[in-house]
Design a protein around this ligand. Structure first.
Ligand SMILES: [Zn+2]
Length: 184
């Protein structure tokens, strides 16, 4: 009995120290991934467009032409409107893509929704009245071959902002407006 108690104590200590160091490690992991040219390949389902661009260059900062391509592929396709997307959202998508590639996957990310005009947001079934999509801070994504649950878990670990899980519609909503989690 004593041995089991001792073992339990050791396990709890290890878990405790892991929990204590996890945030710093997570930051390092993300910083390391971001410390390179940040290039993304995104597929826009509604317009059937594929776009590859580098929105940030190591040693130089934001790449104007690449960032413009990001704004274009994430535009409101229906209402033909684009805005300046939140760079943090691009970083989130970049980290997800890098993670997929590191896992030996193709890295393909399908964009179901990016920026939405208020009018489009009103017409989008199930959308929040003050949706982050209207701020250029959100995207609904689908990764072929990766379950919605796993994609949501990956997005939560990245921990930039909101993560909405839409199991039936097979997409994950990611945004940069504070850490929140919900199921749609
Ligand atoms: Zn969304």
């Amino acid at each position: 009995m004593m041995i089991y108690r001792k073992l339990l104590f050791v396990v709890l200590c290890v878990l405790g120290s892991l929990a204590a160091i996890q945030p710093a490690e997570a930051r390092d992991w993300k910083d390391n991934l971001l410390d390179q040219d940040r290039c993304l390949t995104l597929y826009r389902v509604s317009s059937k467009e594929n776009s590859t661009f580098c929105y940030w260059r190591k040693g130089f900062g934001y790449d104007r032409a690449g960032y413009a391509k990001a704004n274009w592929i994430l535009r409101d396709v229906t209402y033909r409107t684009q805005v300046a997307m939140d760079p943090l959202l691009l970083d989130t998508l970049f980290i997800i893509q890098q993670w997929l590639i590191l896992e030996g996957r193709s890295g393909e990310i399908k964009i179901l929704s990016g920026y939405r005009t208020p009018e489009n947001n009103r017409k989008t079934k199930g959308s929040a009245r003050l949706s982050q999509h209207m701020q250029g801070t959100a995207a609904d994504i689908h990764v072929p071959g990766v379950s919605t649950k796993l994609l949501a878990a990956m997005s939560r670990i990245i921990g930039v902002g909101g993560v909405g899980i839409y199991i039936e519609k097979k997409f994950v909503h990611v945004d940069t407006a504070g850490v929140r989690i919900w199921a749609g």
